[in-house]
Design a protein around this ligand. Structure first.
Ligand SMILES: NC(=O)c1ccc[n+]([C@@H]2O[C@H](COP(=O)([O-])OP(=O)(O)OC[C@H]3O[C@@H](n4cnc5c(N)ncnc54)[C@H](O)[C@@H]3O)[C@@H](O)[C@H]2O)c1
Ligand SMILES: O=C(O)CC[C@@H](O)C(=O)O
Length: 534
């Protein structure tokens, strides 16, 4: 059997339908293991190119550093609070999650536990199992007419709003990062202050990611603003609602009930005081645990990891500095051209690079930033030791080396096509190199310094500065021919007759050092550089 190129470790019981997508690819070898302690994973993670898991495995700095070959972390789910994102970005490891696949499952469970609280379903079921008939003790309330306050009006928050309206509830929402039209579309009354949401809520439900801003956002002071009739739902992450404060509010009767699906420490310790509170419904992080959601997120994550590994498509990566999304796929020919221009410019500015600027002219206003990253990727590809440079860590690597970066967008004039210009500075030198896109797919190098050229960025490119005297092209051609180097394109440009000239020569293989030396000894040659374009 031929060896497969990429090894992927899959753990945490990712749905088989997703894993089958990886197995079906001839270049991918899949190893599936159950969830294990970190120490065991660390022993072998160095042999894998990608890892896919759910929330149970913590992808720490140590994990990422031990993964010497790791290029992709796939998360079959939404929250990536179990992944050390800054370290992944620093090391150029793309983090890909599966947003959206489990949204409805979480919202449905939230309504399940909410009705459970409103109608005492768990207590009633337990009392029946115990042989009792507690009908008079278990009177509930309707949801109709009550106010649901949604904290975080993203995907799950939006589905909560739709369901709440179907129940005849009033819906208010707090999310400072979401623009007004989404509130209008979901018929959610927007509140500007968290306190207003707390004071008006009969049901408070949190659907925010766990981060420094949201950790503990519902603590004792917030709970004290709520009505005694209120329910609190946390199906987001442990820590968004402070567990101790929630326990106090429930046991003191400050609020009527709560449901929690995600905890500070998972699994929840056996002796956790939360387990003993009667008006608290606990579920063991079940929000996404439906066959539908698991299939959706597994397929989404595995497809994206396969594409990232095999084709280098990082458009689904959440840490590719804003380069994610379908738009990136459209930008591919431009990204490739920017990378090649970065390589070319770098070869012409020896020594440490101090700045790189990108100017893009064309119709795509979103292009300059990704093009800058791609140009950096090309320019810095030899400076990162152990790891490859890519769109994920390009900006980080540049900042680490003190390289100033900038980009600019220029509106095209008339029939002008798409063009990229890079300006690189380092040591005593600075250079402008330019390229254009032909027919939306093929990049050409069109400018090197002050010279207009027209050559495809392929194979190996030689940039030869020479004096404009007769016979140079012949002599260069002869030396290359004698060395068995085939010339694909030769573009000679000059600024004035008899002045300085420049040749952009595309060749099919690298030119041996002794041939470059021989070229440099020709009296009319001023400088020879070669750049690997592939
Ligand atoms: N229980 C589960 O099994 C389960 C499953 C899926 C997701 N989750 C959790 O639910 C969270 C939400 O998922 P989603 O898909 O809706 O994410 P999302 O990114 O679509 O929505 C999150 C929303 O929170 C908002 N937000 C961020 N910080 C905020 C703040 N300080 N105040 C108010 N709003 C803020 C954002 O603007 C965004 O609209 C995830 O981050 C994850 O942690 C849990
Ligand atoms: O691993 C799981 O299934 C839970 C995932 C869920 O919390 C998420 O953030 O998507």
């Amino acid at each position: 059997m031929t060896e497969r190129r990429y090894r992927v470790l899959v753990t945490d019981e990712v749905d088989p339908e997703g894993v089958a997508i990886l197995r079906a690819h001839p270049d991918i070898e899949v190893v599936e293991k159950p969830t294990r302690p970190l120490t065991e994973v660390l022993e072998e993670i160095g042999t894998y190119d990608a890892f896919i898991g759910r929330s149970a495995t913590r992808v720490t700095r140590e994990f990422l550093q031990a993964g010497e070959r790791l290029r992709i972390i796939g998360r079959a789910g939404v929250g990536v609070d179990n992944v050390d994102l800054p370290t992944a970005t620093e090391l150029g490891i793309a983090v890909i999650n599966a947003p959206g696949g489990n949204t409805v499952s979480v919202a449905e469970l939230a309504f399940g536990v909410l009705i459970g609280l409103a109608r005492h379903v768990p207590v009633a079921a337990e009392s029946m199992r115990a042989g009792r008939w507690d009908r008079s003790k278990l009177g509930g309330i309707e949801l109709r007419g009550k106010t649901m306050a949604i904290i975080g009006v993203g995907r799950i928050g939006g589905e909560m709003a739709r369901r709440a309206r179907a129940f005849g509830m009033q819906v208010i929402g707090y999310d400072p990062y979401i623009a007004a039209p989404r509130f209008e579309e979901l018929a959610i009354e927007r509140v500007e202050r968290l306190n207003e949401a707390l004071e008006r809520a009969d049901v408070l439900t949190v659907h925010v990611p766990l981060n420094n801003e949201t950790r503990g956002m519902i603590g004792a002071p917030e709970l004290s603003r709520m009505g005694r009739q209120a329910f609190v739902l946390n199906l987001a992450r442990g820590g968004v609602v402070a567990e101790d404060a929630l326990a106090d509010a429930l046991t003191s009767g400050r609020i009527a009930g709560a449901a929690v699906d995600a905890f500070d420490h998972e699994p929840l310790p056996v002796d956790s005081p939360l387990r003993a509170i009667p008006n608290l419904i606990l579920t063991p992080h079940l929000g996404a645990s439906t066959t539908d959601a698991q299939r959706n997120v597994a397929v989404e994550a595995c497809e994206a990891v396969r594409d990232a590994l095999v084709t280098g498509d990082l458009s689904a990566a959440m840490n590719s500095s804003g380069v994610g999304g379908a738009a990136t796929r459209e930008l591919r020919p431009l990204l490739l051209l920017a990378d090649r221009l970065g390589r070319l410019g770098r070869a012409l500015v020896p020594g440490a690079l101090s700045s790189l600027e990108v100017r893009y002219t064309g119709p795509r206003e979103n292009a300059p930033r990704p093009l800058l990253l791609s140009a950096l990727q090309g320019a810095l590809r030899d400076v990162v030791e152990r790891r490859a440079i890519n769109l994920v860590n390009a900006q980080h690597v540049a900042a680490e080396r003190g390289i100033e970066t900038a980009w600019a967008y220029v509106e095209p004039r008339g029939e002008q096509g798409e063009e990229i210009e890079l300006r690189l500075e380092g040591g005593e030198r600075s250079i402008r190199v330019g390229g254009a896109l032909l027919g939306e797919t093929h990049g050409r190098i069109i400018r090197i310094g002050g010279f207009r050229v027209d050559v495809a960025p392929r194979g190996v490119m030689m940039v030869i500065r020479n004096r404009d005297v007769p016979g140079v092209i012949g002599r260069v051609g002869t030396l290359l021919g004698e060395a068995g180097v085939n010339i694909a394109e030769y573009h000679q440009a000059r600024l004035q007759i008899g002045g300085e000239a420049l040749a952009a020569v595309s060749v099919d293989s690298r030119v041996p050092a002794n041939v470059v030396d021989a070229l440099c000894t020709l009296s009319e040659i001023l400088e020879v550089r070669q750049v690997e374009m592939e």
